[in-house]
Design a binder for this molecule. Structure first.
Ligand SMILES: [Zn+2]
Length: 85
């Protein structure tokens, strides 16, 4: 199964994704995509884990949520701990 342009089906609920979008907006994370300058963001459908180095084991890293440009696919990652999510 696939969602928007091949993005997998959501593991985050619509409510969780709305909370992420609202939190980013409240923090001023608004504006156009830095790559294509369109403003057509979608919240990624799941959490991501940003690994920080080769010495880290599986499942270790920085938990993030993503905001994806629906036009060019540019991905903006945001640390869940900073957002309080
Ligand atoms: Zn873009």
């Amino acid at each position: 199964m696939s969602g928007l342009r091949g993005i997998p089906e959501p593991t985050l609920s619509a409510e969780q994704r709305r909370l992420i979008a609202d939190t980013l907006a409240e923090r001023g994370a608004l504006g156009a995509c830095p790559a294509c300058h369109e403003n057509s963001w979608v919240i990624g459908h799941g959490h991501s884990l940003l690994t920080m180095g080769t010495d880290e084991g599986e499942g270790v890293g920085l938990p993030t949520v993503s905001r994806i440009c629906a036009n060019c696919g540019y991905i903006s990652l945001h640390a869940t701990a900073i957002l309080g999510l």
